[in-house]
Ligand binder design. Structure first.
Ligand SMILES: NC(=O)c1ccc[n+]([C@@H]2O[C@H](COP(=O)([O-])OP(=O)(O)OC[C@H]3O[C@@H](n4cnc5c(N)ncnc54)[C@H](O)[C@@H]3O)[C@@H](O)[C@H]2O)c1
Length: 405
């Protein structure tokens, strides 16, 4: 293969089924009909989502697909009567499934995303929406053309703190925002790398469809460590920007109604977790936005004293956000002398139920595909900057081909 043919082949393979043009309509749902749901990729996060979907009234979880037999056995023991498949396409063939939840590893999201819509199903797709920018373009187009309900697994979009932030910003309490600081710190005991999971003894070539996991990446012998710890390697992962920054960036983008970043810069490295991983454990990202705003995100895996938070710094007031806690507001007395500090009270919504409600109403969910797209671009621009060791503009990032290693 020439380099060009190889690149084209790899690109197509990474994007999933090449020609996806038909979007059959879903079965017509009456207000009292039960909604039938399937899941693709039911590992750690998939099991959380499985518990969540089973709590939503009038929903039946009827099928799941996973390439690893252990996951199928777990689902069968948890959900009586569930149908299980090793090939997700058999699940998508089921005509009586209305919606599909995708919680596969990042590098397979785009394939599962596009094929689910092509099968005429509504979609809940875990974040980050895709592994690369060209895949994000394809998924955005597929979602728009399909007319299906697409919720991205950015669950903080359903938080009461976001409702309060939007309202207070709209009411002029915050003024002009030129800077946002966000941060996320974790720690792990000495000798145990953050994110590293043990490989179960039944994780063997016989019990796993390794080729389906590779999803077009160069073929190689079965590697159970990479299957279980895909997060540590660029060809499957987007590192901590894709795992965690995306949640905070999406929240900030929604609060301030920010478009895609115009440029990104990221520094850091593998400084604390020297276990052979490729993705950095220590990160400083700067994202520039066209509306006079700069957002920073800092993250370390070797100190959690300050935990996780976002500070929106406005000329007239400050918003401080910690996940799962009420939003806090302080006035800048010089510009808002009569302002009072306040704590938010808006309730959180159930992100999964919001998806199901939208399947019934055909409304737009709290984390729509456009937000999945913008937040994915922020992730990929930051990672491209880090990997190319330069400030990355939106135009340059969009012109680049994804690399597997
Ligand atoms: N929203 C959140 O707060 C949140 C939290 C954690 C993880 N996530 C996201 O959820 C996704 C999954 O993460 P995880 O920690 O559960 O990973 P995981 O490795 O535990 O689970 C992935 C599952 O997908 C299966 N799989 C792999 N290739 C497949 C294929 N081709 N077809 C079908 N199944 C396949 C694996 O066997 C595994 O069971 C990631 O995108 C991650 O970023 C989101």
């Amino acid at each position: 293969m020439t380099d060009q043919t190889r690149r084209t082949f790899l690109k197509q393979a990474a994007l999933g089924t090449a020609a996806v043009l038909a979007y059959p309509s879903a079965r017509a749902l009456g207000a009292n009909d039960r909604i039938r749901v399937g899941m693709i990729g039911v590992g750690d996060r998939g099991n959380d989502l499985l518990d969540q979907i089973r709590k939503v009234p009038n929903v039946d979880l009827v099928a799941m697909a996973d390439i690893y037999s252990r996951r199928r056995d777990q689902a069968k023991s948890k959900v009586p009567g569930i149908q299980t498949f090793d090939d997700y396409r058999r699940l998508l063939d089921m005509k009586d499934i209305d919606g599909v939840i995708v919680a596969s590893p990042l590098h397979i999201h785009a394939r599962h995303f596009i094929d689910t819509l092509a099968a005429g199903k509504d979609l809940y797709s875990e974040k980050t929406m895709t592994w690369s920018i060209p895949e994000a373009d394809r998924c955005l187009n597929a979602a728009k053309t399909s007319g299906k309900v697409v919720q991205i697994g950015l669950q903080h979009e359903s938080s009461g703190a976001l409702t309060d932030a939007r309202q207070w910003i709209k009411d002029g309490w915050v003024g002009k925002v030129t800077q946002v600081e966000s941060y996320m710190g974790r720690n792990t005991p000495h000798g145990h790398g953050q994110w590293v999971r043990p490989v179960p003894s039944d994780c063997t070539e016989q019990n796993v469809d390794w080729k389906a996991f590779l999803n077009g990446r160069p073929d190689r012998p079965f590697d159970p460590y990479k299957l279980i710890n895909w997060r540590l390697f660029w060809e499957f992962s987007g590192g901590n920007c894709a795992e965690n920054m995306v949640h905070q960036m999406a929240w900030i983008m929604s609060a301030l109604d920010l478009p895609e970043p115009s440029a990104a810069y990221m520094s850091g490295g593998v400084f604390s977790e020297k276990d052979g991983r490729e993705v950095p454990d220590t990160i400083v990202v700067t994202l520039e936005f066209p509306q006079d705003t700069v957002v920073t995100w800092q993250s370390t895996f070797s100190n959690k004293h300050y935990g996780l938070g976002d500070r929106i710094l406005g000329s007239d007031g400050t918003l401080e956000h910690h996940f799962e806690e009420p939003l806090e507001y302080w006035p800048e007395k010089v510009n808002r002398p009569s302002g009072e500090s306040t704590k938010g009270q808006s309730p959180n919504q159930d992100h999964m139920k919001n998806w199901i409600d939208c399947i019934r109403s055909r409304g737009t969910p709290n984390a729509p595909v456009e937000l999945g797209y913008r937040s994915a671009l922020a992730v990929h621009m930051a990672n491209l900057s880090y990997r190319h060791k330069k400030r990355m503009t939106l135009e340059e990032a969009k012109s680049m081909q994804p690399e597997y290693s």
